[in-house]
Write a protein that binds this ligand. Structure first.
Ligand SMILES: Nc1ncnc2c1ncn2[C@@H]1O[C@H](COP(=O)(O)OP(=O)(O)OP(=O)(O)O)[C@@H](O)[C@H]1O
Ligand SMILES: [Mg+2]
Length: 229
């Protein structure tokens, strides 16, 4: 039974810390999907590009997509693959294993309907490699910026992973009082809750997609989600 770990940009600011978090969670065949929100924002700043968020997803024009490539592939992806190997984990960078369609709406070069190549990923797992997937997908006419959480859920469903773990910069999903929720039995309630916002929204949508796609164990940090059965 394989595991998909999604690791977010804030944790990846310190690749060594990210690697030790991954090392603690890993057992058995594992695919890693990484974001890079913080690093992308920093690169956009350096390039003087404005890119706002709608519904927790970044609006991405052509120059913004260049910034995404630079930050995600040039910085986060390469450093993470290297740091994992330096810590003795046989990670291999996989760009091109995820496709997407352009998302309808105000987002520009943003993809949705993410689909992963299961043969590619399963063959790497079979030879005991750890595929590391950046959240940049191949689209019909360009690369597309895809949300890391949606990508992780799509990968988990496609390879029929048993576990999907979202590692982020918070301990878990917090309730209205700011305490981390241990067990969440209704994702829809959380999605409409006033205390859930920003990047947690696409994450919870991804939790829902993974559970309904048959992934048995789904966690955001310490928060565990009760599956359908
Ligand atoms: N109820 C909530 N509980 C916990 N975090 C929440 C909640 N509502 C909003 N958040 C925000 O969601 C953030 C996590 O999502 P974010 O998209 O920033 O991280 P990520 O997905 O790990 O990184 P990346 O987008 O780079 O992959 C937290 O830092 C927190 O600010
Ligand atoms: Mg996010």
């Amino acid at each position: 039974m394989s595991t998909v770990i999604k690791i977010g940009g804030a944790l990846l600011e310190d690749p060594k810390r990210a690697v030790s978090a991954i090392q603690q969670a890993i057992h058995g065949p594992t695919v890693i999907v990484h974001g890079g929100g913080v690093q992308i924002t920093r690169m956009l700043g350096k390039m003087n590009v404005q890119a706002g968020f709608v519904d927790g997803l970044r609006v991405t024009g052509e120059t913004a997509l260049q910034a995404v490539c630079l930050a995600l592939l040039g910085e986060v992806h390469s450093q993470l693959v290297h740091a994992l190997n330096a810590a003795g984990m046989p990670a291999v960078g996989v760009f091109g294993g995820v496709r997407a369609k352009t998302k309808e709406g105000p987002w520009g070069l943003v993809g949705t309907n993410v689909d992963a190549d299961p043969e590619l990923l399963l063959s790497l797992l079979a030879i005991r490699r750890i595929p590391v997937i950046p959240t940049l997908a191949l689209g019909p006419t360009s690369m597309l910026n895809v949300n890391g959480d949606e990508t992780a859920a799509a990968v988990a469903v496609r390879i029929q992973a048993g576990r999907l773990i979202f590692m982020t910069d918070v301990q878990g999903v917090k309730d209205s009082e700011g305490s981390v929720i241990d067990l969440a039995s209704n994702v829809d309630d959380l999605l409409s809750a006033t205390f859930v916002s920003g990047g947690m929204l696409p994450k919870l949508r991804a939790v829902k997609a993974a559970l309904s796609g048959g992934v048995r164990v789904v966690r955001v940090g310490k928060t565990r989600f009760a599956g359908a059965s």
